[in-house]
Design a binder for this molecule. Structure first.
Ligand code: HEC
Ligand code: HEC
Length: 284
């Protein structure tokens, strides 16, 4: 009840402003409606070559999570057609920071690409949004769910040997992973996300830091907190040391054991994804 009153109040304030603006600008109500329609559909279509490049990049780096049609994918990325970020973005200024890692804490990894590539993906996304039937139109019905098990396990095994055995082993830490995750899609999610850390060895995921003072003195330990001004390190005895950072001094090196695992995400093709999943499924 209370919320309703507040909402009604807000709405009337907003209406008041609209009226004021339209009076100042001498706009008719019809003009206001035109301004209020979905701006992404009013943008001129992107350069077809850039759109095509963006599409390829999207397929490789975004599709597994955001879906073939941008409406959300197997790996939990949200629908980008309804995304306020996408709808508000003009020229990549909101999308690029997210691709660069602004949402890592909420599940969207940093994706390594050149700025030109990031922009091409943004142009592609805007192009799809601009040509879609309408804002947030419902997903096509009847499309069969993508089958994650269409890969070639032998090719996946080769890929695994080349890219993963530096950190994993089929007879060691990943032995029985397919028994732990009998559903192929859940297994693929576990692989791509690197797991939540639950049921795995926390030491393997600990982010550590080395701080080297100008004097050469080194402080090393688990990273507790870092920002532009301070870095806090947990010492082996459990005490914390906070060090001030100024003008790039002291030198701070963060070691995140999951980093290379996440960086690989930007490298997988669709085929790699399918092949590796088909292989992981055999690790019972
Ligand atoms: C591993 C899965 C994954 C991949 C790969 C991925 N994303 Fe995301 N993305 C997410 C998740 C999860 C979120 C939601 C994060 C949040 O709620 O803060 C997200 C959020 C976003 C958002 C913000 C949406 C909103 O409205 O809040 C944009 C834009 C976006 N992703 C674009 C991209 C682009 C472009 C790519 C490829 C270059 C990409 N993503 C690749 C998982 C992924
Ligand atoms: C540079 C090291 C590194 C590389 C390379 C790497 N990973 Fe990982 N991966 C990790 C770490 C660290 C974890 C977290 C392990 C933990 O929590 O016990 C992890 C987690 C996982 C998990 C979840 C394990 C579980 O028990 O839930 C899977 C599956 C996995 N990786 C598969 C792969 C595959 C497949 C590749 C190659 C395509 C790969 N990883 C490449 C470091 C790496």
């Amino acid at each position: 009840m209370r919320t309703q009153i507040v909402r009604a109040g807000k709405r009337s304030v907003v209406l008041g402003i609209t009226v004021l603006v339209s009076q100042i600008g001498g706009q008719t109500p019809a003009n206001n409606r035109a301004l209020a329609t979905f701006p992404a559909q009013q943008r001129p279509p992107g350069d077809p070559a850039v759109v095509a490049r963006g599409k390829t990049l999207y397929t490789i780096s975004c599709q597994s999570c955001h879906g073939v049609d941008l409406r959300g994918g197997d790996l939990g990325g949200p629908n980008l057609l309804r995304s306020q970020v996408v709808l508000s973005d003009k020229d990549g200024e909101l999308i690029l920071p997210i691709v660069q890692g602004a949402r890592q804490n909420t599940g969207m990894p940093a994706i390594k690409m050149s700025t030109a590539d990031e922009k091409a993906v943004a142009v592609y996304i805007h192009n799809v949004v601009g040509t879609s039937r309408g804002q947030g139109s419902p997903p096509d019905s009847g499309a069969p769910p993508p089958n994650v098990l269409i890969g070639d396990a032998a090719a996946g095994q080769k890929y695994f040997a080349a890219k993963c055995t530096g950190c994993h082993s089929a007879t060691g830490d990943l032995q029985g992973i397919a028994t732990k995750f009998p559903d192929a899609k859940a297994l693929q999610n576990r692989w791509v996300s690197g797991g939540s850390g639950r049921g795995s060895n926390p030491d393997r995921r600990t982010v550590t830091v080395t701080v080297t003072q100008p004097s050469g003195e080194k402080i090393e330990g688990r990273l507790v907190r870092i920002d532009d001004f301070f870095v806090t390190v947990a010492n082996p005895d459990g005490t914390l040391t906070t060090i001030r950072r100024e003008g790039g001094k002291p030198n701070v090196e963060v070691h995140d054991p999951m980093r290379p695992h996440r960086d690989l995400l930007a490298v997988y093709s669709d085929k790699d994804m399918h092949d590796v999943t088909a292989y992981l499924v055999t690790l019972k």
